[in-house]
Design a protein around this ligand. Structure first.
Ligand SMILES: *[C@@H]1O[C@H](CO)[C@@H](O)[C@H](O)[C@H]1NC(C)=O
Length: 261
């Protein structure tokens, strides 16, 4: 015996006493056709949705991709550290230049801070930049520039320069030129976010973008480098930053150096 799903309209119609029972019978007969039409409509709308809605879908995908990247990239850490930097440097942090990949997101975040102007340098080619990022480029807030060459800014153009995920890709020869240049364009501080050797993986997948694999240097390497190049660490800012980080249990997975300009 085959079971048929109960059709409520049929049940009412079958009970007989309903005046329009014949018309209900008619409707229940057409219902399989109606179902097919509805299914076809649903499929059609799904197709329409998948063609018209890639924006939302892609944005979500990209967000998770960046999130994943942030776990190993220092640029993501810069974004998290903005309130701490504000605490460490106080009101002097007014004009900030960020140098590093995905600078648009750092700059956007900095611009949301009170009394803060922000600019960015994207050292690598921007692949499929979002429209908000393209707008920042068009407005001259973000520039695409090879940091192996002198930065297109006059001395002390910014109060602070923050660099992340960029020096790791420079050979010592270029580092000797670029790091003093970053100090040159800042007046109140140069903050470096660099990967830890061992903790971060050198991003082989991004080799074509960065030109060479990351050279992750140890803390002692950096300290020696700073001394050789007469760059002084800003211990006051470092202490304030560390205290503020401790308060919110922020444990950076990148090395953070605070240098005097
Ligand atoms: C970089 O600068 C330091 C200090 O001036 C120097 O000792 C070192 O040899 C330089 N490295 C290169 C590759 O030019």
């Amino acid at each position: 015996m085959s079971r048929r799903p109960v059709n409520p309209s049929r049940r009412i119609a079958d009970s007989g006493s309903f005046p329009f029972s014949s018309s209900f019978h008619q409707k229940s007969k057409t219902s399989p056709l109606l179902t097919i039409v509805l299914v076809l409509l649903a499929v059609f709308m799904l197709i329409i949705y998948s063609y018209s809605g890639p924006h939302t879908v892609v944005v979500h995908e990209r967000e998770t991709m960046i999130m994943k990247d942030q776990e190993i990239s220092c640029t993501g850490q810069v974004e998290q550290a903005i309130p701490l930097l504000k605490e460490a440097y106080g009101n002097s942090m007014r004009k900030v230049l960020h140098v590093g990949p995905e600078t648009c997101s750092v700059v956007s975040k900095l611009l949301k801070e009170e009394d803060t102007e922000a600019w960015g340098i994207e050292p690598y080619e921007m692949e499929d930049a979002e429209s908000s990022c393209k707008l920042l480029v068009r407005n001259g807030i973000v520039r695409v520039a090879d940091i192996k060459f002198p930065l297109p800014y006059t001395p002390k153009s910014f109060t602070h320069v923050i660099v992340s995920d960029a020096l790791d890709y420079l050979s010592p020869t270029y580092m000797n030129k670029t790091l003093p240049d970053l100090a040159r364009v800042s007046s109140d501080g140069l903050i470096i976010f660099a990967g830890y050797p061992g903790k971060q993986r050198a991003k082989v997948s991004k080799l074509s973008k960065f030109g060479r694999p990351a050279k992750l240097r140890s803390k002692s390497w950096w300290n020696r480098y700073f001394i050789q190049n007469n760059l002084e660490e800003n211990n006051e800012a470092l202490n304030k930053f560390d205290k503020a980080a401790e308060k919110i249990s922020f444990k950076p997975s990148c090395q953070i150096f605070h240098l005097n300009s």
